[in-house]
Design a protein around this ligand. Structure first.
Ligand SMILES: [Zn+2]
Length: 378
């Protein structure tokens, strides 16, 4: 895709974890809630082709109940880390009618997406994305076979407060152990990341003059390869924080492999999304291991569980939409926290905006299992 001389090779796409939302929201939630009460926001959705007309109609219906910004704000209202269980339940009651109204449309959209992609020869929407991302089928199989070993290892090392309340593992919370470190560790971007990487990764020092950074203009951090100058433009939130620093490290991993390829005369666009994500995560894991305190590395690995639960859930619902999604979501989360989470049902997938406005994307999950398995056995 060519935009004003810039070649887009990688758009970093993942499920917006709570940590990401915390980073991105600057507008006061109260103001958003007032907007919701006073105005009917119309969300424009344009179909790519005739086949997608019904899908777009459903999306419009979904967002006419609550537009994306409001959905994200509701999520923060319920799950704000400073809130106790009573406050969270109160917030849930306040928005329960919205959550209930979104549920049936969410399901209709899953059926509709499957229908569209079945017509194009894929088994379902999940299969379509897996193929498009270039995930080799044997890697996806490896993921489902051995993900539980990685989950166990991450859980064993998860840095948590001594005794988290029992509801920490309930549907009224989204576990996020990086949160416990965000007050103490505020790495600046890009300076602190470069400083930490320099001594350990000499190639980072070499490419710094070829990297430019700027603010995120859409929702996602991204790294773009500029063909003409063989340089990189990284878009990442610049506010010093552990979350933003780790996002930047991931994008720096993309930058390293773009430049390595370009200098060898290979077009970075010739590699699949899956290939690029593997390279970025390889670097991120090395950086975490060699440049950060162990507990931050372990907390950051905990964030991967959020990717896993999303992948479990989406695999389930696209392969078998004739089921109770509340139960499927609870089951997906329980699998990520064995012996800890024991949820019976969880309706909050409808306010996990990534499920609706991004393709279901198992790439990060598959890549992380592949890379972390090799660390388990070594
Ligand atoms: Zn990426």
């Amino acid at each position: 895709m060519e935009i004003k001389g810039i070649v887009t090779t990688q758009e970093h796409q993942f499920y917006p974890s709570f940590s990401l939302l915390k980073k991105c929201f600057k507008i006061s939630i109260d103001q958003k809630m007032n907007d919701l009460k006073q105005t009917k926001v119309k969300v424009k959705v344009h179909p790519f082709n005739q086949k997608q007309k019904k899908y777009c109609r459903l999306l419009k219906k979904y967002y006419s109940i609550a537009p994306p910004e409001i959905i994200d704000a509701i999520k923060i209202e319920i799950f704000h880390p400073k809130k106790n269980l009573k406050e969270r339940k109160k917030a849930y009651k306040e928005f329960e009618s919205i959550i209930l109204a979104l549920r049936p449309i969410f399901k209709e959209i899953v059926y509709e997406k499957n229908r569209i992609f079945k017509e194009d020869g894929d088994k379902n929407y999940f299969d379509f994305i897996t193929r498009r991302r270039g995930i080799p089928p044997e890697k996806l199989a490896l993921f489902f076979e051995r993900v539980d070993e990685v989950i166990k290892d991450i859980n064993q090392n998860l840095p948590l407060p001594k005794k988290p309340p029992q509801w920490y593992w309930s549907k009224f919370n989204i576990p996020d152990s990086l949160y416990f470190f965000c007050e103490v560790h505020r790495y600046s971007i890009p300076d602190d990341v470069y400083r930490l990487a320099k001594g350990v990764f000499p190639e980072v020092e070499k490419i710094i003059p070829r990297i430019q950074t700027g603010p995120v203009t859409d929702f996602n951090p991204s790294a773009k390869f500029i063909k003409e100058t063989k340089s990189i433009f990284i878009k990442v939130p610049s506010k010093p924080s552990i979350y933003n620093a780790l996002s930047f490290v991931h994008e720096l991993g993309h930058a390293l492999s773009f430049i390595r390829l370009a200098d060898e005369g290979i077009d970075p666009l010739s590699k699949s999304y899956y290939w690029h994500e593997t390279e970025a995560y390889k670097f991120k894991f090395q950086f975490e291991e060699q440049c950060l305190p162990g507990e931050i590395k372990n907390a950051s690995r905990g964030e991967i569980l959020g990717n896993f639960s999303g992948t479990f859930f989406e695999y389930e619902i696209y392969n078998n939409p004739d089921q109770d999604f509340n139960k499927a979501y609870a089951k997906a989360i329980n699998r990520c926290y064995p012996g800890r989470a024991n949820q019976e049902e969880n309706p909050f997938y409808v306010i996990e905006s990534g499920f609706m406005n991004r393709p279901c994307d198992p790439t990060a999950s598959v890549v992380c299992v592949e890379l972390l398995l090799s660390k388990l056995s070594s």
